[in-house]
Design a protein around this ligand. Sequence first.
Ligand SMILES: [Fe+2]
Length: 280
Amino acid sequence: MIDLHCHILPGIDDGAADVSVSLAMARASVDDGVSVVACTPHILPGLYHNTGPQIRQAVKDLQDVLDDENIPLRLVTGADVHIVPDFVDGLRSGRLLSLADTRYVLVEPPHHVAPLRLEDLFFNLLVAGYVPILTHPERLTWINERYASIKRLVRAGVWMQITAGSLVGHFGRNAKYWAERMLGEGCVHILATDAHDTKRRPPNLGRGRELAAKLVGDEEAEHLVVTRPKGGLSNAAPSDLPTPQVARTVAENADAETGTHQSHAAARGGLSSRLRRIFG
Ligand SMILES: [Fe+2]
């Protein structure tokens, strides 16, 4: 598996506090079945003043340590880039980083306030040739009111990354609900850990993949943690990568409206009944 969102670099944000934590996170990732991790520290003016050149050096330094320790994990460059006004200029100048210098870039909106020109920012990135990956929409407190915006962004070509821990329930019921709903509706492209340490926010991609598979099947779960992340890191065009699948339960419920699969849909509980309530 490939983890495209991980705060594994030591001492440069609220992720790994020092190299010993980075090493523990790397070992936990390898044990979990991860072979490539994108190092994605926060870039947030006023709080985390990380820049492209600093992150590149930190990735190189940590890779040297992993190699010395014989930990079979490949690191690539990246950043968890908070919304800034001159986003495209920042990427072009190298001050901000995309994932492994590809067209794919993690974009983190503010958690508690929906930005006024949210859609404009993402459209500007798309027009400039980037594929923005909106990080953990399921954990944004404003998703309940702005889900229509999120869906418009997906239709426009923005990718969505949800957090493995949200499916586990580590971020509460609301985040779990939206993670499951977005997966079920075929609105999620990437599953990642957004790990910060080994205890409170650990690397748990394998567990997330298992839970995703229960909702969308093994094949789509593999696309979430292998196919699309791998395609992204090789800078493949999104059109050459698989489109997220709508969960069978959701498709059946759509059929049920025409009366063809009502008995199957009615026979299912749990997620299915929640989705039935959503789709009314
Ligand atoms: Fe993050």
